[in-house]
Design a protein around this ligand. Structure first.
Ligand code: ZN
Length: 88
């Protein structure tokens, strides 16, 4: 298992993969504005299917690895405003 595989699995566990329509501009999780790539910089949501990243990681492992690390860190730091206590 590669580093990227491990990160993809971690992101999946955190529920970060939520592919949405190409015209969608707001995060389906926290409703923040998505960045141009379709990812959420507030809660770490990744607006692309897991398979896309897995495919991309074959040509661009460092880019994908960095993206996953950043988004996972964001989700870990993210605290929903109204969802009460979350212990993760
Ligand atoms: Zn979000």
């Amino acid at each position: 298992m590669t580093q990227v595989d491990t990160l993809i699995e971690e992101a999946r566990t955190l529920g970060l993969f939520k592919a949405h329509a190409p015209f969608e501009v707001h995060c389906s999780n926290c409703h923040s504005r998505l960045d141009p790539a379709g990812d959420c910089s507030s809660c770490g949501l990744i607006g692309r299917p897991e398979t896309d990243l897995a495919k991309r990681s074959r040509s661009d492992p460092t880019v994908v690895e960095k993206l996953l690390r950043v988004q996972i860190a964001k989700r870990r730091a993210y605290r929903p405003v109204k969802a009460g206590r979350e212990t993760a």
